[in-house]
Design a protein around this ligand. Sequence first.
Ligand SMILES: [Zn+2]
Ligand SMILES: [Zn+2]
Length: 191
Amino acid sequence: MTDRTNPTEFSPSTLIRLERAEALCARLGGRMTQQRREILGLILDAETPVGAYDLLEKIKTPDRRPAPPTVYRALDFLLEHGLIHRIERLSAFVPCTHLMQDAPAHDPDHCHEHDHDTCLHTAQFLICRTCKAVTEIAESSVLSTLRDICRDQNFVMQGASVEVIGLCADCAAKARPARKAAHKQADPASS
Ligand SMILES: [Zn+2]
Ligand SMILES: [Zn+2]
C-alpha cells in the first residue's frame, strides 16, 4: 500500500505494459482513455487480484470522487479487450498474462492473440488460497476437452473460466516444512 498522491504514477514496468495495452487497444479499435488507463495501471501494479471497490478507493482523491459505474465501465472495456480477467471466485481482477510478459514477442498459443471472439472468455487460473497469487495458464488441451464435452451435451459454450484453488509452490513449502523434508527421502511413487 503506497501513498498515491498522484494517481497516475506507476512503476516503470507498469508503464511499459500500459504502452503495450494501448497499442493492443488501438489494434482492436478501442481507445484507452485516461480513466481506463488508470484502472489498468492499478491492476498491473497490484500484486494480488484487485476488487472493484478497492479500485474505487484507490482512484479517489480529495477533489475527485468517481462514481462506481465509472469504474465498472472501465473494467468492462478492459475485459472486452482482453487486457484483464475477472476471477469469479475472488470477485477481483488480474491483468491478462500477455501484458505481463516482458518479451515483446507474440505468444501464438495465447488465446487472445489469434482467436479473439471465441477465446476471450476462456482462461484458466491457479489461485493460491494463502497469498492470493493468481497464475494464468493458457493450456489449449483444457479448452479442447471442454469443447468436446459441450459438443457431446449439445451445450453451446459461451465462456469457460477454470479456477483451480490450492496452494502455490511457495505457500505449500511454508505450510508443510516437515512433510517436505520427509518427502525427500521417501520414494515419490509410494506417496
Ligand atoms: Zn489472458
Ligand atoms: Zn501462495
